[in-house]
Design a protein around this ligand. Structure first.
Ligand code: KIV
Ligand code: ZN
Length: 402
């Protein structure tokens, strides 16, 4: 079975569970230091996310500012398909403001959270676990009085003792939370731990079958995507992520990585998402432009080099069969074509193809001379452009004619 066809064929569609994609680019993503977006930019991003088939858009944190409230309200009014969520702390005024912001959405959600770990309870909240459970009871019930769809998050879940976490989750479900999010707020968990946490909570909490469980991973150790996928094995069916992995500190799990891992490795990951993957690069470029955060060249899926090959061995393989060095088709993520970059590592095969593409056909000797000159040039110059090769070959042809 080859890599590019394995995804759709290996496990039949009916056997694959639907994973809900919850995009938080406009909330957690915007919390990236220096990434704030204007009202118009947020509307533009939300429109694209909706068109791309994201299930839930977390549009902002309505109590944070008037601008955020207005952006969430407008996105709620305009969005055609996706659920629109707003974030609220476990504070009555936050929840009321959030309810007001999302109420015009076709499908509104209030997402409320409170810390549950001992370190947060002691230093940030100065409260006992029993007091936190009282807060959960009151705030989840308040949110449920405003909307049907309530998500509750246990902030710093991965550093919370499992018994404490189960008590909090039980309270949230009893008071009407329909989605339970167990975030790896500080990006501390390993995939095995994160999977086990979901499995234990789902097994132990009465009524857990009534809720959807959600993963929300930060990338402090570079494990956000792996942890999100591990959560699915533990029973989660919603993944919270952002375009380009934007987010607090080292960022959140990257939407394009999660979605393409599920699509490309369906032989191992029997799930499906509703995301139209050919729009991924467009979304990446838009978010990069509005946030001002450049995408690193070697970023998985959407980086400039994700489908670029420079070494002679790789280029030779690619010219014979794309699957030698590519596990996804570029067009499946919105890249026009594979890019064979001409540089000092390129070999004769790629050089010959490039000449053909530029409309040149050289005899054996002229080809060898041109290839040698190209290698000299590539040693001196970081980027060898088509125009450089054209100039070099034209010079070769005219000197051969003299
Ligand atoms: O990382 C986190 O814990 C959060 C919550 C607000 C869900 O972003
Ligand atoms: Zn977060």
């Amino acid at each position: 079975m080859n890599a590019q066809t394995s995804s759709a064929d290996a496990v039949s569609a009916s056997a694959r569970d639907r994973v809900i994609i919850f995009d938080t680019t406009l909330r957690d993503g915007e919390q990236s230091a220096g990434a704030s977006m204007t009202y118009d930019e947020k509307l533009q991003v939300a429109e694209l996310l909706d068109a791309m088939g994201v299930d839930i858009i977390e549009a902002g944190f309505p109590i944070a500012s008037i601008g955020d409230f207005e952006a969430v309200s407008e996105i709620a009014r305009n969005t055609q398909n996706a659920v629109i969520a707003g974030l609220a702390r476990a504070i009555p005024a936050d929840i009321a403001r959030c309810g007001e912001a999302v109420r015009h959405a076709r499908r509104p959600r209030i997402h409320t959270f409170v810390s549950t770990s001992p370190i947060h309870l002691k230093y940030q909240m100065n409260k006992s676990l029993d007091q936190v459970i009282e807060i959960i009871n009151a705030t989840v019930a308040q949110a449920r009085g405003l909307v049907e769809d309530v998500e509750w998050s246990a902030m710093d879940a991965t550093r919370t003792p499992i018994d404490d976490l189960c008590r909090c989750v039980e309270a949230a479900i009893r008071c009407g939370a329909t989605t339970i999010n167990l975030p790896d707020t500080v990006g501390y968990a390993t995939p095995e731990e994160y999977e086990a946490m979901f499995r234990q909570v789902i097994e132990r909490v009465p009524g857990a079958d009534k809720a959807i469980f959600s993963a929300h991973c930060h990338d402090d150790l570079g494990l956000a995507t792996a942890n999100s996928l591990a959560a699915l094995r533990g029973g989660a069916r919603q993944i919270e992520c952002t375009i380009n992995g934007l987010g607090e500190r080292a960022g959140n799990a990257s939407l394009e990585e999660v979605v393409m891992a599920i699509r490309t490795r369906a032989d191992r990951l029997p799930y499906v998402t509703g995301v139209k993957t050919p729009m991924l690069v467009q979304a990446s470029r838009l978010v990069s432009a509005v946030s001002g955060f450049a995408v690193q060249y070697n970023k998985a899926i959407v980086g400039k080099n994700a489908f670029a090959h420079e070494s002679g061995i790789h280029q030779d393989g690619m010219l014979k069969n794309n699957e030698t060095y590519e596990i996804m088709r570029p067009e499946d993520v919105g890249v026009r074509a594979t890019n064979l970059v001409m540089g000092k590592h390129s070999g004769r095969h790629a050089f010959k193809e490039k000449l053909k593409e530029l409309g040149f056909e050289l005899g054996d000797n002229a080809f060898e001379d041109a290839f040698r000159r190209f290698k000299d040039l590539a040693d001196r110059k970081k980027h060898v452009y088509d125009e450089d090769i054209e100039a070099l070959v034209e010079d070769e042809i005219s000197s051969a004619g003299e």
